[in-house]
Design a protein around this ligand. Sequence first.
Ligand code: ZN
Length: 298
Amino acid sequence: MNREKSPERWANDLSILLTQVLGEARFPVDVERLAIEYSHQVFPASPITRVRSRSFRGFEGALIPKPDRSGEWGIGYADSLVSKGRVNFTIAHEFGHYLLHREKYPNGLQCRPEDMIKWDSEYNMVEAEANRFAAGLLMPLDDFRAQIPEKQNADLHVLSTCAERYEVSLTAAILRWLSYTRKRAILVVSRDGFIKWARSSEPAFKSGAFIKVAGLSPREIPAGSPVARNPDVVGIVDPESLDRGTWLNEPVMEHSLISDRFDLSISLLTLEGTVPVSRVEDEHIEDAVDFLGRRTGW
Ligand SMILES: [Zn+2]
């Protein structure tokens, strides 16, 4: 095994393989089958022999060595995961651990929701790598760019179409778009009227456009947001232009999905132009939830 191979390289190599075998119409990726067949062919002494839902409590997925020391591995995902999109991402994440980390973690890994939001330790670096692999495998950038070119804006209908194409959650598809777009855009995920986390595209972040989520103190979504004004509506709300001062020191177009599932809502804020916007200097910048760091709550 090439232990130096990056998550992106692993995902890219597997994408090339899938395209060769299945052709261009190869989405969504059947990640369960891929994990089992690929591991049997390439690592016959330590294959993945079982992928199944488990009654996990407190974590969402796990890479588990077979207790009989046969060398076989299993992937488990929580039976509480309600959508196929989240199941797919979790399996891909654990497959990433298998490819990248199984030698370093012979006892396997258990992946909790909260591990995804703290990336300042070696363990969380491992989680970040698994997430980058999963994103690259399920949503290859070249294919995603063909759906939404990097200079083109997106709305929640277009992004929902991408989520269906790759059979991932809408949040995963938005995060993937934010990872490469040249547009300034910000994803805000809220629950019960409070911001849980936010993520800017790089052009937005570099222009100073980001949403502060300071430490543990909850921050309410602005009263002018459609999410705050329509708490009983469920579904995608028509995009709305909001004045400077509502979310940022500039106007934004808010695309909202108000959800009753876990009371999570999505606000995609798209911004005009590329002129840097000045921000309050001492604000704590919620860091860098690097791509797909937040599986939790999708
Ligand atoms: Zn993990």
